[in-house]
Design a protein around this ligand. Sequence first.
Ligand code: IMP
Ligand code: MG
Length: 173
Amino acid sequence: MEDKISVLIPQEELEARIREMAAQISKDYEGESLHLVCILRGSIFFTCELAKYITVPVTIDFMSVSSYGDGTESSGRIKIMKDLDDPIKDKNVLVVEDIIDSGRTLSHLLSFLKVREPKSLKLCTLLDKPDRRVVDVDVDYVGKEIPDLFVVGYGLDYAQKYRNLPYIGVVEL
Ligand code: IMP
Ligand code: MG
C-alpha cells in the first residue's frame, strides 16, 4: 500500500537554504581546503547539493553508521558499517549529516573521528529535531530545525523508501 506523504519543505526552499549554507561554509574556510565526510546513506543528496556550491577546494569521503532499523525509533546502539577510505589527519573535516534526532549517532561518530587528529572537526546537518535530543552535540551548521515529525525525502528514508523525493515530506503513519 502507498503511504500518504505531505510536503514539509519544498525543493526550492531546501535548495536555497543549502546554497546559503554553502556560502557561509565557503566564507568560514576561506584560504583552506575542506574534507567533507558524507554519512551514508541519508546524506548523499545533501552532500552533493552542498558541495556544488562550496567555493574552497573540496574532497569527499563516505562513512556508514547504523543507528536505525527499518522503523522510526532509534536503537540506541551504533555500529560503523563502512569506515572512511582516506586518512583525515591534519584535514579540515566537515561531517555532513541528514538529520540529528537523539544525537547518539553524531556524538559517537565525533569521538571516533577525533582520535584521528583532524586539523579541525565540524558538523553540518540539513535538519535538526532539537526536541528529540538525548545526547548533547555541538552542531556548527544547521539547515533547518523541524518539529518532532518523522520525515522522508532528499536522502531520508522510511524503511529504505522515499530517499529520492526532491523535497522533505512527512509520512502519515
Ligand atoms: P540519532 O542518532 O537519533 O540522532 O539519529 C540520527 C539518524 O537517524 C539520522 O542520520 C537518520 O538516518 C535517522 N533519522 C532520524 N530521524 C529521522 C527521520 O525523521 N526520518 C528519517 N530518518 C531519521
Ligand atoms: Mg543518517
